[in-house]
Design a protein around this ligand. Structure first.
Ligand SMILES: [Zn+2]
Length: 405
């Protein structure tokens, strides 16, 4: 009895353990299976979707430095092979120059950058072609070619001249970001409005600024409201008759940076039928970014260096291991997308990576070839295929098409 009892007790004790172990093994196997299924699903959705990235700075970063992006280059975030790997069907190439360029130089430099893009297209006609309409993008995607769209990042490049705006449009430019970090004579930037409240010569759009928006509406050129100040934003929304684009900005509620949009702005874009495209920059995503970076500077950059260096070159002084520590998880970008979808609605959210214009990105998004990881994240968060397609490109296509209606 005792032996039997012992045996019974032994059996009774061990069976649940084995069972529990089998169960957890099964659970792990099921999870692996589910993850693999999700990954497969994400790959299929990503390939089938029309993917548009509304902001990339490779023209300034690499093309203007003489690099042939038709081949894989060992620097930066972007080249044509990696765009292809990332499943990006339409890439907006930002034309950018700093505010140091002014009258007599900025417009010419913008044209030089467009020349640069045109020679990339000329040298690689089987891979890439210029797109100026939503229809062009669909046609080129069906042919397996990258659709190149031109966006002008900064109103200073039209040098206060409507004929220069017309000329850039004629060359193919389909959006103008009213300001970059620098204000123009006719529109104030987020940087200036937030740093010098009440001290600016004017705040928001002037009458000439409104004329520019009217002309953009007439031409069918998207009004891009990334980088602009709150007053300019609000004035532009009252002026435009067409849906607007916010080409590379995130949610202020999750990261309080002047480059990000407040809830009232997000809702205004939704009401206007526009689209807000999310930026991958750690500094616009992560509320801990500046605390983290300052700690890393204290640790790795000497006081002597920091006097001499601007913040950009100071960042370059950080060792690779410190730069890695600064990168937030991909889930943080997904949180911004969730927030934007919750606040604006699924029809008003898109992607504007800012690759090659930013120094730090979420883990897993090393360069533009990693775009499928974003889709994987969206699938894991339970977005439907139809909703993912909207975020990846359809919403931007709708806004583009609406410019000429
Ligand atoms: Zn920018």
């Amino acid at each position: 009895m005792y032996a039997a009892g012992y045996k019974t007790r032994f059996t009774k004790q061990s069976a649940p353990n084995e069972l529990a172990m089998n169960k957890s093994l099964l659970l792990v196997a099921a999870m692996l299976c589910t993850n693999e299924l999700l990954a497969q699903d994400a790959r299929r959705i990503h390939e089938a979707a029309l993917v548009i990235d509304t902001h990339n700075d490779v023209l300034y970063q690499s093309v203007m430095r003489g690099k042939d992006i038709g081949k894989r280059i060992n620097s930066g975030h972007t080249d044509l092979p990696r765009i292809k790997e990332g499943g990006i069907d339409a890439q907006v190439f930002a034309v950018w120059c700093s505010g140091k360029f002014g009258k007599g130089t900025a417009f010419a430099y913008a044209n030089k950058q467009i020349d640069g893009l045109m020679s990339v297209i000329h040298n690689h006609p089987d891979v890439i072609a210029l797109a100026t309409t939503a229809e062009d993008i669909r046609t080129l995607a069906a042919q397996g070619k990258t659709a190149a769209v031109i966006g002008i990042e900064g109103g200073h490049m039209i040098e206060d001249r409507i004929d220069y705006l017309d000329s850039l449009f004629a060359r193919g430019a389909r959006y103008l970001t009213l300001t970059w970090n620098n204000s123009t004579e006719w529109a104030t930037s987020a940087t200036d409005e937030s740093r010098n409240p009440g001290k600016l010569k004017h705040e928001g759009l002037t009458d000439f600024g409104r004329q520019i928006i009217h002309r953009m509406n007439e031409l069918g050129m998207m009004v891009d409201l990334s980088h602009v100040g709150r007053q300019t934003f609000s004035d532009a929304m009252k002026t435009t008759t067409k849906p607007v684009l916010v080409s590379h900005s995130n949610a202020y509620a999750l990261m309080a940076h002047p480059r990000n949009l407040r809830d009232d702005q997000i809702k205004a874009v939704a009401e206007n039928g526009g689209v807000i495209c999310l930026n991958f920059y750690s500094g616009f995503l992560d509320p801990m970014h500046y605390t983290k970076i300052n700690r890393l500077y204290e640790k790795y950059v000497t006081a002597d260096d920091s006097i001499k260096r601007s913040s950009d070159t100071k960042f370059d002084l950080l060792p690779a291991v410190a730069k890695e520590q600064l990168r937030p998880p991909l889930s943080l970008l997904l949180d911004h997308i969730d927030y934007m979808v919750k606040t604006a609605g699924i029809d008003h959210v898109g992607i504007g990576s800012d690759f090659d214009g930013i120094s730090s990105t979420p883990l897993g998004l090393d360069d533009c070839s990693d775009f499928p990881r974003l889709t994987e994240g969206l699938v894991q968060r339970g977005y439907s295929e139809a909703d993912i397609r909207k975020i990846l490109g359809e919403n931007v296509l709708r806004v583009m098409a609406a410019q000429t209606n």
